[in-house]
Design a protein. Structure first.
Length: 321
């Protein structure tokens, strides 16, 4: 169990990250590639990736041996995609991560020796990561983003309706929150006082249990995204507006608010979504504003009532049928 102690300043700085983290998704996917009873939905992905692995993958396999421990690349290069960050990471920091990894995993893989003081080894690792990302992650990225958007929308509703308490209490069964202490289930005992740094929270497509990573000066809590199928829009709403516009309207009601995320959710292009949202806006069903250059859509009161009533009627019809 890893226990986090949050002050009022930390609670005020809890935030939901706006997008998936490529490095952590890449790292967790290495473990997911091995399979498991809780990852049957990934079998087609596993079959495709395993067929494409080459000799370069040996170094990556060493990053995440069987078991819960892995080399924390996020601590070494950040959660984004920044090759220069790994090359510039101080030797002592890399050495500390390697020592921790060897202590908890029980050995130091030979292919990782020299990662602390040999830039050639770091470049080899980066080349392997790029090759793996192109094979395993890039083709799956739309699914990763779609899963992220659906889960994040649910967490944003929790945050809006019940504040940080409801958000943290509902993340995952292995994450427990009592108002000050956040216990995260993990295979070792640790306690960390955040000291005002706050906490970043992000769902993961590939990770199957909650974990904590250090991303620069902030702690990162990663938890499994809920595997929720896209619900069909209410039948009455689909008959009234057409299936795609009904899907868009119900997605906006769920908190999926930007043109890009709506396009992924509806399985269409951003240009098509722009046309649909323009029609919905002209009909008085949505309003559109901009936040940091991104178009964000919200329901009007009339649309909120329409979605609520058609959803309730659809649920009643389903239960009575």
């Amino acid at each position: 169990m890893h226990r986090l102690i949050l002050s009022s300043a930390d609670i005020a700085r809890v935030r939901l990250l706006p997008s998936p983290t490529p490095v952590s998704e890449t790292l967790f996917s290495l473990n997911a590639l091995r399979g498991g009873a809780d990852g049957a939905h990934l079998e087609p992905w596993r079959d495709r990736v395993r067929a494409g692995l080459g000799p370069w993958s040996r170094m990556l396999a060493a990053l995440s041996p069987r078991g819960p421990h892995f080399l924390d690349l996020v601590a070494l290069m950040g959660a984004g995609v920044d090759d220069d960050a790994l090359l510039a990471t101080p030797r002592a920091r890399v050495r500390a991560e390697l020592d921790w990894f060897a202590r908890w995993s029980g050995r130091m893989p030979s292919v990782l020796r020299g990662l602390d003081d040999d830039l050639a080894v770091r470049r080899d690792l980066l080349a392997s990561l790029r090759a793996y990302h192109d094979l395993a992650i890039r083709p799956e990225w739309t699914a990763v983003q779609d899963s992220f958007a659906l889960d994040r929308a649910a967490r944003a509703r929790d945050l809006a309706d019940g504040g940080v308490d409801r958000l943290l209490a509902g993340l995952h069964p292995l994450v427990r929150w009592d108002g000050t202490l956040l216990d995260v289930g993990c295979p070792f005992e640790a306690e960390t006082t955040l000291d005002g740094q706050g906490l970043d929270i992000v769902p993961s497509y590939f990770q199957r249990s909650p974990t904590l990573l250090q991303d620069g000066d902030r702690m990162l809590l990663i938890y499994p995204a809920a595997r929720t199928e896209r619900p069909a829009p209410p039948t009455g709403l689909a008959k009234l507006l057409g299936r795609t516009r009904a899907t868009v309207l119900t997605a906006i009601a769920e908190g999926i608010a930007t043109t890009t995320t709506l396009a992924r959710h509806a399985g269409t292009s951003a240009a098509a979504i722009s046309q649909h949202t323009a029609i919905l806006r002209e009909a008085g069903l949505i309003t559109t504003g901009r936040h940091r250059g991104t178009a964000c859509h919200t329901l009007t009161p009339a649309a909120a009532t329409l979605v609520s009533r058609t959803t309730a009627r659809s649920s009643t019809d389903s239960s009575s049928g």
